[in-house]
Design a protein around this ligand. Structure first.
Ligand SMILES: *Cc1c(COP(=O)(O)O)cnc(C)c1O
Length: 367
Protein backbone atom coordinates (compact mmCIF):
# COMPACT_ATOMS: atom_id res chain seq x y z
CA UNK A 1 0.00 0.00 0.00
CA UNK A 2 2.27 2.74 1.23
CA UNK A 3 5.36 2.52 -0.91
CA UNK A 4 7.60 5.06 0.71
CA UNK A 5 9.72 5.85 -2.34
CA UNK A 6 6.61 7.10 -4.15
CA UNK A 7 7.00 10.59 -2.74
CA UNK A 8 10.49 10.70 -4.20
CA UNK A 9 9.82 9.49 -7.73
CA UNK A 10 8.73 11.74 -10.58
CA UNK A 11 5.01 12.22 -9.92
CA UNK A 12 4.17 12.75 -13.60
CA UNK A 13 5.17 9.15 -14.35
CA UNK A 14 1.81 8.18 -12.81
CA UNK A 15 0.23 9.33 -16.09
CA UNK A 16 2.50 7.25 -18.30
CA UNK A 17 0.73 4.39 -20.06
CA UNK A 18 3.39 2.08 -21.49
CA UNK A 19 3.61 1.44 -25.23
CA UNK A 20 1.45 -1.41 -26.42
CA UNK A 21 3.50 -3.40 -28.94
CA UNK A 22 2.25 -5.75 -31.64
CA UNK A 23 1.54 -9.14 -30.08
CA UNK A 24 4.49 -11.54 -30.44
CA UNK A 25 3.90 -14.82 -32.32
CA UNK A 26 5.05 -16.86 -29.29
CA UNK A 27 2.42 -15.25 -27.02
CA UNK A 28 -0.38 -16.01 -29.46
CA UNK A 29 0.84 -19.61 -29.87
CA UNK A 30 0.82 -20.09 -26.10
CA UNK A 31 -2.50 -18.37 -25.46
CA UNK A 32 -4.48 -20.13 -28.18
CA UNK A 33 -2.62 -23.44 -28.31
CA UNK A 34 -1.47 -22.84 -31.88
CA UNK A 35 1.67 -23.95 -33.69
CA UNK A 36 4.04 -20.94 -33.82
CA UNK A 37 4.97 -21.79 -37.40
CA UNK A 38 1.34 -21.52 -38.49
CA UNK A 39 0.94 -17.98 -37.15
CA UNK A 40 1.43 -14.89 -39.29
CA UNK A 41 2.19 -11.49 -37.79
CA UNK A 42 0.85 -8.50 -39.67
CA UNK A 43 0.96 -6.22 -36.64
CA UNK A 44 4.21 -4.26 -36.55
CA UNK A 45 4.97 -3.23 -40.14
CA UNK A 46 7.94 -5.57 -40.32
CA UNK A 47 9.48 -6.74 -43.60
CA UNK A 48 7.82 -10.06 -44.55
CA UNK A 49 10.87 -11.01 -46.64
CA UNK A 50 13.12 -10.80 -43.59
CA UNK A 51 16.56 -9.19 -43.58
CA UNK A 52 18.61 -8.83 -46.74
CA UNK A 53 20.83 -11.90 -47.44
CA UNK A 54 23.83 -9.56 -47.32
CA UNK A 55 22.81 -8.33 -43.86
CA UNK A 56 22.42 -11.95 -42.68
CA UNK A 57 25.93 -12.80 -43.81
CA UNK A 58 27.44 -9.68 -42.24
CA UNK A 59 25.66 -10.47 -38.97
CA UNK A 60 26.95 -14.05 -38.94
CA UNK A 61 30.48 -12.72 -39.24
CA UNK A 62 29.87 -10.05 -36.60
CA UNK A 63 28.66 -12.68 -34.11
CA UNK A 64 32.22 -13.99 -33.94
CA UNK A 65 33.28 -10.64 -32.53
CA UNK A 66 30.53 -10.29 -29.99
CA UNK A 67 32.93 -10.56 -27.08
CA UNK A 68 34.16 -7.07 -28.08
CA UNK A 69 32.35 -3.84 -27.35
CA UNK A 70 30.92 -2.29 -30.49
CA UNK A 71 32.40 0.85 -32.00
CA UNK A 72 30.65 3.35 -29.76
CA UNK A 73 31.04 6.03 -32.41
CA UNK A 74 29.44 3.77 -35.03
CA UNK A 75 32.02 4.93 -37.55
CA UNK A 76 31.48 2.46 -40.40
CA UNK A 77 27.70 2.56 -40.32
CA UNK A 78 27.55 6.34 -40.02
CA UNK A 79 30.05 6.63 -42.85
CA UNK A 80 27.96 4.24 -44.95
CA UNK A 81 24.83 6.29 -44.31
CA UNK A 82 26.70 9.54 -44.98
CA UNK A 83 28.06 8.18 -48.26
CA UNK A 84 24.68 6.91 -49.41
CA UNK A 85 23.02 10.30 -48.90
CA UNK A 86 25.94 12.63 -49.65
CA UNK A 87 26.31 13.75 -46.03
CA UNK A 88 29.10 14.04 -43.48
CA UNK A 89 29.42 11.55 -40.66
CA UNK A 90 28.81 14.48 -38.27
CA UNK A 91 25.26 14.74 -39.63
CA UNK A 92 24.31 11.32 -38.28
CA UNK A 93 23.46 9.88 -34.89
CA UNK A 94 22.70 6.19 -34.40
CA UNK A 95 19.98 4.99 -32.08
CA UNK A 96 18.84 1.72 -30.55
CA UNK A 97 15.99 1.96 -33.03
CA UNK A 98 14.91 5.44 -34.09
CA UNK A 99 12.78 5.21 -30.95
CA UNK A 100 15.91 5.94 -29.02
CA UNK A 101 16.60 9.08 -31.04
CA UNK A 102 13.12 10.26 -30.01
CA UNK A 103 14.21 9.76 -26.39
CA UNK A 104 17.44 11.71 -27.03
CA UNK A 105 15.31 14.62 -28.21
CA UNK A 106 13.29 14.49 -25.01
CA UNK A 107 16.42 14.19 -22.90
CA UNK A 108 18.03 17.16 -24.63
CA UNK A 109 15.04 19.51 -24.92
CA UNK A 110 12.21 18.71 -22.52
CA UNK A 111 11.66 19.85 -18.97
CA UNK A 112 8.62 19.68 -16.76
CA UNK A 113 5.90 21.95 -18.12
CA UNK A 114 7.16 21.96 -21.72
CA UNK A 115 5.00 20.93 -24.67
CA UNK A 116 5.41 18.82 -27.75
CA UNK A 117 3.11 18.98 -30.75
CA UNK A 118 2.02 16.12 -32.94
CA UNK A 119 -0.94 15.03 -35.03
CA UNK A 120 -3.95 13.42 -33.29
CA UNK A 121 -3.27 9.88 -34.51
CA UNK A 122 0.49 9.71 -34.67
CA UNK A 123 3.14 7.35 -33.37
CA UNK A 124 2.35 6.45 -29.74
CA UNK A 125 5.97 6.85 -28.68
CA UNK A 126 5.93 10.68 -28.91
CA UNK A 127 3.45 11.26 -26.07
CA UNK A 128 5.06 8.50 -24.01
CA UNK A 129 8.43 10.17 -24.39
CA UNK A 130 6.97 13.58 -23.49
CA UNK A 131 5.33 12.20 -20.35
CA UNK A 132 8.63 10.63 -19.38
CA UNK A 133 10.14 14.12 -19.14
CA UNK A 134 7.11 15.76 -17.54
CA UNK A 135 6.09 17.50 -20.77
CA UNK A 136 2.57 17.77 -22.20
CA UNK A 137 1.59 16.48 -25.61
CA UNK A 138 -0.67 18.70 -27.66
CA UNK A 139 -2.38 16.54 -30.26
CA UNK A 140 -3.72 18.54 -33.19
CA UNK A 141 -6.93 17.34 -34.88
CA UNK A 142 -6.32 15.39 -38.09
CA UNK A 143 -9.20 15.73 -40.57
CA UNK A 144 -9.40 12.51 -42.63
CA UNK A 145 -6.44 11.18 -40.62
CA UNK A 146 -4.05 13.63 -42.33
CA UNK A 147 -1.75 16.07 -40.54
CA UNK A 148 -3.23 19.59 -40.42
CA UNK A 149 0.10 21.36 -40.67
CA UNK A 150 -1.31 24.88 -40.52
CA UNK A 151 -3.23 24.04 -37.35
CA UNK A 152 -0.11 22.43 -35.90
CA UNK A 153 1.97 25.55 -36.54
CA UNK A 154 -0.85 27.68 -35.13
CA UNK A 155 -0.83 25.55 -31.95
CA UNK A 156 2.76 26.51 -31.10
CA UNK A 157 3.06 28.21 -27.71
CA UNK A 158 5.91 29.62 -25.64
CA UNK A 159 6.28 26.15 -24.12
CA UNK A 160 6.57 24.23 -27.38
CA UNK A 161 9.97 22.58 -27.76
CA UNK A 162 9.45 19.81 -30.33
CA UNK A 163 7.04 19.52 -33.25
CA UNK A 164 6.64 16.02 -34.67
CA UNK A 165 5.63 15.41 -38.27
CA UNK A 166 5.33 11.81 -39.45
CA UNK A 167 5.20 11.13 -43.15
CA UNK A 168 4.03 8.58 -44.12
CA UNK A 169 2.24 8.57 -40.79
CA UNK A 170 1.84 5.57 -38.51
CA UNK A 171 -0.85 4.30 -37.78
CA UNK A 172 -2.87 6.07 -40.49
CA UNK A 173 -0.61 5.62 -43.54
CA UNK A 174 -1.27 9.18 -44.72
CA UNK A 175 1.29 11.36 -46.49
CA UNK A 176 2.12 14.95 -45.59
CA UNK A 177 2.28 16.81 -48.92
CA UNK A 178 5.58 18.46 -49.79
CA UNK A 179 4.02 21.93 -49.77
CA UNK A 180 2.82 21.37 -46.19
CA UNK A 181 6.25 20.21 -45.10
CA UNK A 182 7.75 23.35 -46.61
CA UNK A 183 5.13 25.46 -44.86
CA UNK A 184 6.13 23.94 -41.54
CA UNK A 185 9.83 24.52 -42.14
CA UNK A 186 9.25 28.12 -43.14
CA UNK A 187 6.86 28.95 -40.31
CA UNK A 188 8.04 27.07 -37.25
CA UNK A 189 10.28 29.45 -35.26
CA UNK A 190 13.92 28.35 -35.49
CA UNK A 191 14.24 27.70 -31.74
CA UNK A 192 11.71 24.86 -32.00
CA UNK A 193 12.92 21.51 -33.33
CA UNK A 194 10.98 20.06 -36.26
CA UNK A 195 11.20 16.28 -36.08
CA UNK A 196 10.37 14.72 -39.43
CA UNK A 197 9.88 11.03 -38.74
CA UNK A 198 10.50 9.21 -42.03
CA UNK A 199 10.34 5.61 -40.84
CA UNK A 200 8.43 4.68 -44.01
CA UNK A 201 9.97 7.10 -46.55
CA UNK A 202 11.60 4.28 -48.53
CA UNK A 203 8.13 3.07 -49.53
CA UNK A 204 7.36 6.33 -51.36
CA UNK A 205 7.55 6.60 -55.14
CA UNK A 206 8.51 10.26 -54.84
CA UNK A 207 10.11 10.95 -51.46
CA UNK A 208 10.48 14.64 -50.53
CA UNK A 209 13.94 16.28 -50.71
CA UNK A 210 14.17 16.18 -46.93
CA UNK A 211 17.95 15.89 -46.87
CA UNK A 212 18.26 19.13 -48.83
CA UNK A 213 15.91 20.74 -46.30
CA UNK A 214 18.07 19.48 -43.45
CA UNK A 215 21.01 21.42 -44.96
CA UNK A 216 18.88 24.55 -45.02
CA UNK A 217 17.18 24.34 -41.59
CA UNK A 218 19.30 24.03 -38.42
CA UNK A 219 16.17 23.06 -36.43
CA UNK A 220 15.21 20.07 -38.60
CA UNK A 221 16.01 16.48 -37.73
CA UNK A 222 15.03 13.51 -39.88
CA UNK A 223 14.42 10.13 -38.27
CA UNK A 224 15.05 6.97 -40.25
CA UNK A 225 15.06 3.31 -39.27
CA UNK A 226 16.34 -0.09 -40.29
CA UNK A 227 13.23 -1.71 -38.79
CA UNK A 228 10.87 -1.31 -41.72
CA UNK A 229 12.01 -1.65 -45.34
CA UNK A 230 15.38 -3.01 -44.19
CA UNK A 231 13.79 -5.83 -42.21
CA UNK A 232 16.00 -5.48 -39.13
CA UNK A 233 13.39 -4.60 -36.47
CA UNK A 234 14.76 -7.19 -34.07
CA UNK A 235 18.21 -5.62 -34.06
CA UNK A 236 17.03 -2.21 -32.84
CA UNK A 237 18.89 0.21 -35.05
CA UNK A 238 17.85 3.56 -36.49
CA UNK A 239 19.33 7.01 -36.99
CA UNK A 240 18.77 10.73 -37.01
CA UNK A 241 20.02 13.16 -39.67
CA UNK A 242 20.56 16.84 -38.83
CA UNK A 243 23.10 19.63 -39.00
CA UNK A 244 26.22 19.08 -36.94
CA UNK A 245 25.40 21.25 -33.87
CA UNK A 246 22.14 19.38 -33.21
CA UNK A 247 23.78 15.98 -33.70
CA UNK A 248 26.63 16.99 -31.38
CA UNK A 249 24.09 17.90 -28.70
CA UNK A 250 22.21 14.62 -29.04
CA UNK A 251 25.44 12.61 -28.94
CA UNK A 252 25.94 13.92 -25.38
CA UNK A 253 22.83 12.25 -24.03
CA UNK A 254 23.31 8.73 -25.39
CA UNK A 255 24.99 5.91 -23.57
CA UNK A 256 28.42 5.03 -24.99
CA UNK A 257 27.49 1.75 -26.75
CA UNK A 258 23.84 2.28 -27.64
CA UNK A 259 24.04 0.67 -31.09
CA UNK A 260 25.16 -2.94 -30.78
CA UNK A 261 27.84 -4.64 -32.82
CA UNK A 262 25.63 -7.10 -34.73
CA UNK A 263 23.13 -4.35 -35.52
CA UNK A 264 25.81 -2.03 -36.88
CA UNK A 265 27.18 -4.75 -39.15
CA UNK A 266 23.76 -5.92 -40.37
CA UNK A 267 22.52 -2.40 -40.96
CA UNK A 268 25.57 -1.40 -43.00
CA UNK A 269 25.32 -4.45 -45.27
CA UNK A 270 21.54 -4.03 -45.59
CA UNK A 271 21.87 -0.36 -46.43
CA UNK A 272 23.97 -1.23 -49.46
CA UNK A 273 21.58 -3.95 -50.69
CA UNK A 274 19.37 -1.92 -53.03
CA UNK A 275 18.08 -5.10 -54.60
CA UNK A 276 16.47 -6.28 -51.36
CA UNK A 277 14.86 -2.89 -50.78
CA UNK A 278 13.48 -2.80 -54.31
CA UNK A 279 12.03 -6.30 -53.91
CA UNK A 280 10.45 -5.28 -50.63
CA UNK A 281 8.93 -2.14 -52.14
CA UNK A 282 7.61 -4.15 -55.09
CA UNK A 283 5.78 -6.75 -52.98
CA UNK A 284 4.53 -3.97 -50.69
CA UNK A 285 3.07 -2.05 -53.65
CA UNK A 286 1.33 -5.20 -54.94
CA UNK A 287 0.06 -6.12 -51.48
CA UNK A 288 -1.26 -2.62 -50.81
CA UNK A 289 -3.22 -2.64 -54.07
CA UNK A 290 -4.62 -6.10 -53.29
CA UNK A 291 -5.67 -5.17 -49.75
CA UNK A 292 -7.21 -1.83 -50.72
CA UNK A 293 -9.05 -3.29 -53.74
CA UNK A 294 -10.37 -6.09 -51.54
CA UNK A 295 -11.52 -3.68 -48.81
CA UNK A 296 -13.33 -1.67 -51.49
CA UNK A 297 -15.12 -4.83 -52.74
CA UNK A 298 -16.03 -5.72 -49.16
CA UNK A 299 -17.42 -2.20 -48.64
CA UNK A 300 -14.96 -1.55 -45.82
CA UNK A 301 -13.78 1.98 -45.26
CA UNK A 302 -9.99 2.28 -45.27
CA UNK A 303 -7.40 5.05 -45.24
CA UNK A 304 -5.46 5.03 -48.53
CA UNK A 305 -1.94 4.22 -47.47
CA UNK A 306 1.52 5.37 -48.53
CA UNK A 307 3.30 2.90 -46.27
CA UNK A 308 3.52 -0.88 -45.71
CA UNK A 309 0.27 -1.16 -43.75
CA UNK A 310 -3.37 -0.18 -44.14
CA UNK A 311 -5.87 1.01 -41.54
CA UNK A 312 -9.35 -0.39 -42.13
CA UNK A 313 -12.69 0.09 -40.36
CA UNK A 314 -14.11 -3.29 -39.40
CA UNK A 315 -17.42 -2.27 -37.75
CA UNK A 316 -18.88 -0.11 -34.99
CA UNK A 317 -17.39 0.85 -31.63
CA UNK A 318 -15.34 -2.03 -30.19
CA UNK A 319 -15.24 -3.95 -33.47
CA UNK A 320 -11.48 -3.56 -33.82
CA UNK A 321 -10.70 -5.46 -30.66
CA UNK A 322 -13.20 -8.19 -31.50
CA UNK A 323 -11.83 -8.71 -35.01
CA UNK A 324 -8.28 -8.60 -33.64
CA UNK A 325 -9.14 -11.43 -31.20
CA UNK A 326 -11.07 -13.50 -33.74
CA UNK A 327 -8.25 -13.26 -36.26
CA UNK A 328 -5.80 -14.26 -33.55
CA UNK A 329 -7.69 -17.50 -32.99
CA UNK A 330 -7.05 -18.19 -36.66
CA UNK A 331 -3.36 -17.51 -36.22
CA UNK A 332 -3.35 -14.03 -37.77
CA UNK A 333 -2.03 -11.14 -35.68
CA UNK A 334 -3.10 -7.63 -36.68
CA UNK A 335 -3.08 -4.42 -34.66
CA UNK A 336 -6.06 -3.34 -32.59
CA UNK A 337 -6.36 0.48 -32.78
CA UNK A 338 -8.27 0.93 -29.50
CA UNK A 339 -5.27 2.44 -27.71
CA UNK A 340 -5.18 5.14 -30.41
CA UNK A 341 -8.83 5.96 -29.71
CA UNK A 342 -9.94 4.19 -32.90
CA UNK A 343 -11.93 1.23 -31.59
CA UNK A 344 -13.66 0.62 -34.94
CA UNK A 345 -10.42 0.11 -36.81
CA UNK A 346 -7.57 -2.35 -37.19
CA UNK A 347 -4.21 -1.79 -38.84
CA UNK A 348 -2.85 -4.58 -40.98
CA UNK A 349 0.74 -4.74 -42.20
CA UNK A 350 1.30 -5.79 -45.79
CA UNK A 351 2.72 -9.31 -45.89
CA UNK A 352 3.82 -11.75 -48.55
CA UNK A 353 1.19 -12.60 -51.21
CA UNK A 354 0.33 -15.78 -49.27
CA UNK A 355 -0.04 -13.92 -45.98
CA UNK A 356 -2.21 -11.22 -47.57
CA UNK A 357 -4.46 -13.93 -49.08
CA UNK A 358 -4.81 -15.72 -45.79
CA UNK A 359 -5.76 -12.49 -44.05
CA UNK A 360 -8.25 -11.55 -46.78
CA UNK A 361 -9.83 -15.04 -46.76
CA UNK A 362 -10.22 -14.96 -42.98
CA UNK A 363 -11.45 -11.38 -42.58
CA UNK A 364 -15.03 -11.88 -43.91
CA UNK A 365 -15.44 -14.84 -41.53
CA UNK A 366 -14.85 -12.64 -38.50
CA UNK A 367 -16.69 -9.45 -39.46
C1 LIG B 1 8.36 1.86 -36.69
C2 LIG B 1 8.47 3.31 -36.47
C3 LIG B 1 9.65 3.88 -36.02
C4 LIG B 1 10.89 3.08 -35.89
O1 LIG B 1 11.08 2.48 -34.73
P1 LIG B 1 12.46 1.73 -34.43
O2 LIG B 1 12.73 2.13 -33.05
O3 LIG B 1 13.49 2.25 -35.38
O4 LIG B 1 12.17 0.29 -34.63
C5 LIG B 1 9.72 5.25 -35.85
N1 LIG B 1 8.67 6.02 -36.13
C6 LIG B 1 7.52 5.52 -36.59
C7 LIG B 1 6.42 6.42 -36.95
C8 LIG B 1 7.39 4.14 -36.77
O5 LIG B 1 6.24 3.64 -37.20
Amino acid sequence: MSVSWKKNCKAYLEDLIPYEPGKPIEDVAREWGLEAASIIKLASNENPLGPSPKAREAMRLALEKSHLYPDGGGYHLREGIARKFGLAISNIILGNGSNEVILFLGQAFLQEGDEILCSRHAFAVYPIMATMYGARTIEVADPDFAHDIRAMVAAITLRTKLLFITSPNNPTGTLVPEADLRYALENVPPHIIVVLDEAYCEFLDNPPPSIDWMRQYPNLILLRTFSKIQGLAGLRIGYGIAQEPLITLLQKVRQPFNANLVAQAGALAGLLDDDHQQKTKAITDLGRTLLQDSFRKMNLEFVPSFANFVMVRVGGPGAGKRVFLELQKKGIIVRDMTSYGLSEWIRVSIGTPDQNRRFLDSLPQVL
